[in-house]
Ligand binder design. Structure first.
Ligand code: NAP
Ligand code: MG
Length: 486
């Protein structure tokens, strides 16, 4: 049964409101392409109202600013309890609007709840230093929330991304205006309702559905927005960085995807490595920013490894994401499906060997066969560009020294992995690989406690970890002159 859709308006100042223009847009179920709701379409006028509400809520005398830091934490703990209460509903709604298989959306919800509680516990642990300035001076630092934050979300993990950005900003004491991705507005609205229920005062959390050009650009150019946090494409990330310097100097955190290398040495435990390598590209239909989209396999085991990957892909259960036994659901929309099929055609044309898959499944919804290419070389388009689909590219290498340089020969640097039982190989790789997250004999393993972000064009700044709040704080140094004589 389809999950009930409770919220389709904009959420501004703790009120559900229509867009000023009165416009709405359709949102879909990627399983069959059907329209499941019409949601309010916010643009410049609505962002202006939302930023004004967030600015009022950030005023020094506001209810939010006068709360004890521990009370901010309690609101977030309550929010975690409410997400837990609505666990199944939220997982089903995410699957319905995104095509994520429901087992994965439950896994992400579990992670999200852990994340909220971890961040809630940090809310009252923001501490400054005492500073030994020269002279008869008492000096200390205050760490204070940066202000109104614009949080621009991608469609690939809507609940997790909302939680990452909103909860971190709130734990730091900021107020937020969220722009969900146009494809996936529904779970952001449901989470905003839970934050209100948890006790977030009016204006602290605002959600404006709408499009990148319009709602998104107004937010990134708004002089009253102090910080932008964005996850999405490199192309838009660059635009956001430019916009953030246009009218005021916004702080910016960017997470921009990758072309992450996973290296398999011939001494690895092959059965584990095959399963992990395959899951690391096929999970969530390949729509994961850290997807292991360049699989480097050492020459001695190459053919055997390719066979294992082909078997994994052929056995994968593709179908309705709401069915708990489904392993792979549809791509997010027709545009992404066509883009991925275009990459597959390019792979064939440029000489990669298609081992299995390669085609659309049926003509309802946006399904693509799990696809494996062998004999991929570094210069091919499928080895260079982020595909964001279920397409495994397997590349051969001979020596570790050689593959480290080849793995680093990309503008991206989000994640990397290696399978080996040789400690020296593992240490050399983790030292020299240019990536923000590196895994040894595993992949995709992360938690709220570990800093997350990219080298090079994969981003700017870090999310998660014990210092996660720093991205939403300003440091103020205070110096107080002491009386000359005492
Ligand atoms: P995108 O265009 O970068 O969108 C991400 C978010 O930014 C959306 O909310 C989007 O709104 C908004 N946006 C777009 N243009 C904007 C602008 N000029 N100013 C402010 N906000 C703007 O990503 P996409 O189109 O959904 O996906 C394209 C590619 O991005 C994918 O193929 C994939 O390679 C990559 N991607 C990476 C991640 C990741 O985790 N790093 C996540 C998603 C996608 P709209 O929804 O209206 O466009
Ligand atoms: Mg877009």
């Amino acid at each position: 049964m389809a999950p009930q859709i409770k919220y389709t308006k904009l959420f501004i100042d703790n009120q559900w409101v229509d867009a000023v223009s009165g416009k709405t847009f359709e949102t879909y179920n990627p399983h069959d392409g059907s329209v499941i709701a019409r949601v309010a379409e916010g643009d410049e006028a609505d962002i202006n109202l939302a930023v004004a509400a967030a600015k009022r809520a950030f005023h020094r005398n506001s209810e939010w600013r006068l709360l004890d830091a521990s009370q901010r934490g309690y609101i977030l703990y309550k929010f975690a309890d409410l997400v837990e209460r609505d666990f199944d509903y939220l997982a089903e709604l995410e699957s319905y609007n995104n095509g994520m298989v429901v087992s994965l959306s439950k896994g992400f919800n579990r992670y999200g709840i852990d994340y909220i509680r971890y961040l809630a516990s940090l809310a009252d642990k923001v501490q400054g230093d005492t500073i030994p300035l020269n002279g008869d001076v008492f000096s200390y630092t205050l760490k204070q929330p940066v202000g109104v934050c614009g949080l621009i979300l991608p469609w690939n993990g809507p609940i997790m991304m909302f939680i990452h950005k909103v909860v971190t900003a709130l734990a730091a004491g900021c107020t937020v205006v969220v722009k969900p991705a146009e494809q996936t507005p529904l779970t952001a609205l449901a989470l905003a309702a839970l934050l209100q229920e948890a006790g977030a005062p009016a204006g602290v959390v605002n959600v404006v559905n709408g499009f990148g050009v319009g709602a998104g650009t107004t937010l990134t150019h708004h002089p009253d927005v102090a910080k932008i946090s964005f996850t999405g494409s490199l192309e838009v990330g660059k635009l956001i960085q430019q916009a953030a310097g246009a009218n005021n100097l916004k702080r910016v955190t960017l997470e921009l995807g990758g072309k992450s290398p996973l290296v398999i040495m011939d001494d690895a435990d092959l059965n584990t490595a095959i399963a992990v390598a395959a899951n690391s590209i096929f999970a969530h239909q390949g729509q994961i920013c850290v997807a292991a989209s360049r699989l480097f396999v050492q020459s001695g085991i190459y053919d055997k490894f390719v066979q294992g990957c082909v078997a994994f892909a052929k056995n994968r259960v593709v179908g309705d994401p709401s069915d708990p036994s489904t392993e792979q659901g549809p791509q997010i929309d027709e545009e992404m499906m066509k883009k991925i099929l275009g990459y597959i055609e390019k792979g064939k044309k440029e000489g990669a060997k298609l081992m299995t898959g390669g085609k659309r499944i049926g003509n309802s919804g946006f399904y693509i066969e799990p696809t494996v290419f062998a004999n991929v070389t570094d210069d091919m388009t499928i080895a260079k560009e982020e595909i964001f689909g279920p397409v495994q590219s397997i590349i051969k290498f001979d020596k570790l020294e050689e593959v480290i340089d080849r793995a680093n020969a990309t503008n991206y640097g989000l994640a990397a992995g290696i399978f080996t039982n040789n400690l020296n190989n593992a240490l050399q790789y983790t030292k020299h690989i240019e990536a923000g997250n590196v895994w040894v004999n595993t992949y995709l393993l992360s938690g709220p406690q570990g800093p997350f972000g990219g080298f090079k064009d994969s981003g700017l700044g870090r999310e998660n970890g014990i210092n996660a709040l720093d991205a939403y704080l300003e440091v103020k140094t205070v110096a107080i002159s002491l009386p000359k004589k005492f």
